[in-house]
Ligand binder design. Sequence first.
Ligand code: PHE
Length: 462
Amino acid sequence: MQTSDRAKFNSKIGMVLATAGSAIGLGNIWRFPVMTGDNGGAAFIFMYILCVLILGIPLMTAEFIVGRHAHANTAQAFRKLTNGWLWRKIGKFGIITAWFILCYYIVVSGWTLDYLVDALFNRFNALAATGNADAYAHHFQNFVSDPYLPVIYMILFMLMSHFVIVRGVKKGIEKSSKILMPILFIIMVLLMISSLLTAGASEGLRFLFYPDFSKITVSTVLGAMGQAFYSLSVAMGCICTYASYFSKDVKLVNTAFKVAGIDTMIAIMSGVIIFPAVFSVGITPDAGPSLVFIALPNVFQQAFGNIPAMGYLVSVLFYGLLVLATLTSVISLQEVVTAYLSEEFALSRAKAAGIVTVVCVFVGSLCALSMGPLKDFTIGGRNLFDFFDFFSGQIMLPIGGFLIALFVGWFMRRRVIWEQLTNQSSIPGRGIRTIIVLLKFFVPFLILLIFLSGIGFFQLFS
Ligand code: PHE
């Protein structure tokens, strides 16, 4: 496809919603509350916001610059900008990272769909009626170890994303974001109100908003950095790909602040939904990754125990919310690879998206079954699902982010950066120097720290 007839987002609001849609996902509604719970609440949130400001926003801006300047898929974008052997590879590396993330992310996406169906059929109520506190954990275990169900739901989810992608950037990605994101926001507000009506409201809010700085440790800081990265969809080409569809007059720094602001607000709102309800039934907030799929269905039944219809409604809304948030993120991951395949190999959009769907269904199925029939197949002691999660999140994302920051901070032509951030000198270039300094020094250094801690480097010394 030629640069000139390349698709663009139609409106500013559509552009912001689509980019926010990529950022808002399981990272906000599932991972953020889990990390907050595990790391002592408000002190973690404080560190997280700091990380978004000094790490996330500069990196997002860097990807915006590369993407909009090049008007091409991520692999081509970096090749267009430099002759440096290493830097030319950043884009392709991002695309491989997107594949890796997609293949396990889609598995959890399938779980969200299954839980929405469970909620709709009021199955959580039936679990509550057994009176057995372990019923929810058994339910989850039975589901993830089933030989068919996780695969079926994963395929259904991938197909939803597929059909949005084949409709194109404007009619597919932008339009779906304009419909789904407002619904997501309304559901969040409704859920927040109902959670604040539970008995644990004040305790939940205290946990979220009163920082106890004695709880901050090195691992809290590193966890907050990794989370900021993941939640903003940076370091792997998603943001760069979407920016290639931005029009000339989009203000990049301003958009980075908007998207990061919306993403952080949604994460905190998820905390406001989850913790009051959790405290109201006396579950400890550090329940870990099982929080959303084991603790919460139980919490929703109990927190509104005297009004069963409320328990039903809140469960349906919550899992519906998860499906929506996850879908817009899956779409953005699929788009990274689809744009690459269709532009590099001159394939139609439908064909390129089809290839991504088929490969992801295949690899995703192996991941989906890795908690059941394939649980004995491990790589480095991890089942396939955990391996894809670990390898993409702890190894590939930090490497990608590190290289992007170094490239834009040190090697990209300054003129291109200024042109992109001032829209060819039509808006003031406030804050550009700060962003460049952050990209040159702070971001690579902090990423190196996350990386080393992720691979257990610091444990060697303790
Ligand atoms: N940001 C998404 C989330 O918070 C995850 C994601 C990462 C999506 C990378 C796209 C690319 O869930």
